[in-house]
Design a binder for this molecule. Structure first.
Ligand code: TXA
Ligand code: MG
Length: 331
């Protein structure tokens, strides 16, 4: 089943940005670049527009969205800030950090999946910042992939996944960071915790807050599905998964099978081969994160039986990289 309709990709000219801002104000969806991954944006104050996000992604309505803002002044209408939130915002915004805080009545329940909290972030990508300013509304922006698949890091990835379901994609070049934002739970300001590791490391957050910040496994949320409870799907183990089965290794096996792929952190010394992929010339973690999702897509396209992936060192940005790899490997 293929649809004839295909999304149009727009360059970030002033005229295109004004046009796309109007589309957002009128309740349409626009895929947008961010510094982390590409997102699918809708007016966060318009429940009907946000419902379209869930439909286009095939995402269950139990999985809440992150609200993206242009400036601090917008936040008061959306959430209740506290001391640690102000300190982290001053240090890392605009940037790849999402804060979970108590919500106000202004935000539709659909956006937060009925939770009394809302996730907020001020992105740094210059085109998205211009679009936010022109649209003059906060935007709900999940990653622009069909639910469960690897997040997109280029406009072309968005078109491959959602091109038949959306009309507009703003091209801002390849995503600079490549993995999604760090999510910090600050509902209780005395007990900050990381819900999803990301580009801002746990060490950096702990330094600003002056206390250790543990990783907290997501709490089950009531799904309203006949009494069953389930974990927020965005935080479920199987997410960000390529189609090719993933096997993780501290050290990759020396023996290479021709119908299996091998994904290394750094460029190997051996002769190049069609089934051997690497992420960063020197294995630097910023480069590894930036290339990771594109490489998994490339390997999916290669039709391999399986992909063997080398884990990153377990600290700093390695925590976010390994988190995504473990989700990709779980079934
Ligand atoms: O980098 C990013 O954050 C990207 C770009 C597009 O901004 N966005 C992104 O959104 O990753 P999404 O929808 O793919 O992931 C949002 C995550 C979900 O796992 C959801 O469970 C969690 O944020 N989340 C949203 N609201 C929450 C809340 N009130 N409490 C706890 N978790 C929440
Ligand atoms: Mg996502």
């Amino acid at each position: 089943m293929t649809s004839k309709r295909s999304a149009r990709i727009y360059r970030g000219t002033p005229r295109n940005l004004r046009f796309l801002a109007r589309r957002l104000q009128q309740g349409e969806l626009v895929a947008v670049p961010t510094e982390t991954v590409y997102g699918l944006a809708a007016n966060a104050l318009d429940a009907r527009a946000c419902r379209r996000i869930f439909k286009a992604k095939g995402r269950p309505q139990t999985d809440p969205l992150i609200v993206h803002v242009h400036a601090r002044a917008e936040l008061e209408a959306i959430c209740v800030l506290n001391g640690p939130a102000r300190r982290l915002a001053a240090q890392f915004w605009p940037g790849p950090l999402t804060l979970v805080l108590a919500k106000t009545a202004f935000i539709p329940d659909l956006v937060t999946a009925g939770l009394p909290s809302v996730a907020v972030r001020m992105p740094s990508h210059p085109l998205l910042r211009r679009l936010l300013r022109l649209a003059a509304v906060p935007l709900a922006v999940p990653s622009a992939n069909p639910f469960g698949y690897v997040s997109p890091t280029t406009a072309e990835h968005v078109r491959q996944g959602l091109g038949s379901r959306i009309a507009h994609i703003l091209d801002g070049g390849p995503a600079r960071i490549g993995v999604e934002s760090t999510i910090v739970d600050l509902r209780d300001p005395t007990r900050p915790a990381v819900l999803r590791p990301g580009a801002i490391t746990r060490e950096e957050i702990a330094r600003v807050l002056g206390q250790p910040v543990p990783i907290r496994k997501p709490q089950p949320v009531h799904a309203g599905n006949g009494g069953r409870s389930q974990v927020a799907p965005g935080l479920m183990a199987r997410h960000y998964s390529p189609k090719t089965p993933v096997q993780l290794h501290r050290r990759l096996p020396g023996r290479r099978l021709p119908n299996e792929a091998y994904l290394l952190l750094r460029r190997p010394k051996e002769k190049p081969a069609a089934n051997v992929f690497w992420l960063d010339h020197r294995g630097r973690l910023a480069g590894v994160a930036r290339r990771l999702f594109a490489a998994l897509r490339q390997i999916d396209a290669g039709g391999f039986r399986k992909v063997h992936v080398e884990l990153a060192p377990e600290d700093g940005l390695g925590e976010a990289i390994n988190d995504r790899l473990r989700r990709a490997a779980s079934s």
